[in-house]
Design a protein around this ligand. Structure first.
Ligand code: CA
Length: 223
């Protein structure tokens, strides 16, 4: 299911897009102002956002900046203006593409497909790992050992993810603390917490736990 969130205050355009995107098999959601759009983005985690530039409550530029702080979700900007600076600004803020109104729906659908294809190509390289008989799907938050699910807590999963992303480099306990735990929320946490979680993670990884290596007096790595 590919979810598309359209953030646009012109009801005619929303109606037109809803009809055509649903016809293409996408699951369609709409927000009619910037604040509502931001709330729906957080709630729905859409696969792609179509974002109008001129919006009530929060404009498309502000919203684009806000979304980019939290996510790499593909964004296609819509702009009524022929003004080059707005388009350039949109792309600088991290929009993936833009269309100037009035646009043809056919053109928009073609852009959606190409932006989605690009984001999936980038995603597939980093989102899953295989280590021995372990498979880790970072996007789905799933770990399986010989095709059986391994139940990890969110901290255990983050720990594993951070170590995998280090691609065999050693991470110190302090680095792991910083990357996995939020100091401000839990100042009582120290490096022993890291050791305890590593121990629990190892226990859950069973026969593949030897890949999680202790580097004496330094930290941990995945081999
Ligand atoms: Ca508008």
């Amino acid at each position: 299911m590919t979810k598309i969130l359209v953030i646009e205050d012109e009801k005619e355009i929303v109606r037109l897009l809803k009809y055509n995107l649903e016809k293409e098999g996408y699951t369609f959601f709409a927000a009619y102002n910037g604040e509502e759009g931001h709330a729906l983005f957080k709630k729905l985690k859409p696969n792609l956002i179509i974002l109008d530039l001129m919006l009530p409550k929060m404009n498309g530029i502000e919203l684009c900046k806000l979304i980019r702080k939290e996510s790499k979700v593909p964004i296609i900007m819509l702009t009524a203006k022929k003004d080059e600076t707005d388009r350039v600004l949109g792309l600088e803020l991290g929009a993936d593409d833009y269309l100037t109104k009035p646009f043809s729906v056919k053109e928009l659908v073609a852009r959606i497909k190409s932006v989605l294809r690009r984001s999936q190509d980038q995603g597939s390289e980093i989102e899953s790992f295989q280590i021995g008989e372990l498979e880790i799907d970072l996007e789905r938050y799933e770990v399986t050992l010989r095709n059986k699910p391994v139940n990890l807590s969110s901290k255990e999963f983050s720990l594993l993810k951070v170590l995998l992303e280090a691609k065999g480099r050693v991470l110190t306990r302090e680095q792991l603390l910083e990357k996995v735990w939020d100091f401000e929320q839990a100042p009582e946490i120290d490096t022993r917490t890291v050791d305890q979680h590593v121990a629990r993670l190892r226990a859950k990884l069973g026969s593949e736990s030897n890949h999680l290596v202790t580097v004496k007096n330094v930290g941990y790595k995945i081999s």
